[in-house]
Ligand binder design. Structure first.
Ligand code: ZN
Length: 138
């Protein structure tokens, strides 16, 4: 497998607007996109730092994955995403190495990327995402 960089860090927040204010006004970053991912019951806001993004996640539903996370653990870092060259191959490879997958097959995430999650029980407590950017690589 080939991981090129950390694609993004996902951060669960209760209030997207307030969190955006902090990232923009205090840290001086620019929110370049806000997008709802219905499938995941979240609204996301993106910031870019070098090649890496910060993905803020606000739940649109208490029973969604981010809603549940915040109820259980509060706000904070939710997951880390690696950019991979070939997501199908990367998933096969980790599975062969005994890693439990949340997603066997990639699905569409924010920014039209193909994404899949690995189970945190197999990754030392870090919910790990693989992303393949099909928009630019062809
Ligand atoms: Zn993510």
């Amino acid at each position: 497998m080939e991981i090129s960089h950390i694609e993004h860090i996902g951060i669960a927040v209760k209030n997207l607007e307030k969190a955006i204010d902090y990232y923009e006004k205090v840290l001086g970053l620019h929110c370049y996109a806000i997008e709802e991912v219905k499938d995941q019951k979240v609204k996301t806001a993106f910031f870019k730092i070098g090649e890496t993004k910060i993905e803020l996640l606000e739940s649109t539903d208490e029973d969604g994955p981010i809603g549940k996370f915040i109820t259980k653990k509060g706000e904070g870092i939710h997951h880390m995403a690696f950019a991979v060259k070939n997501i199908d191959q990367a998933l096969d490879e980790v599975e062969q190495n005994g890693v439990r997958l949340i997603d066997r097959k990639p699905r569409k995430g924010a920014e039209n990327m193909d994404i899949a999650f690995l189970h945190p029980k197999s990754t030392f407590g870090v919910l790990t995402e693989f992303c393949e950017n099909k928009n630019s690589s062809d």
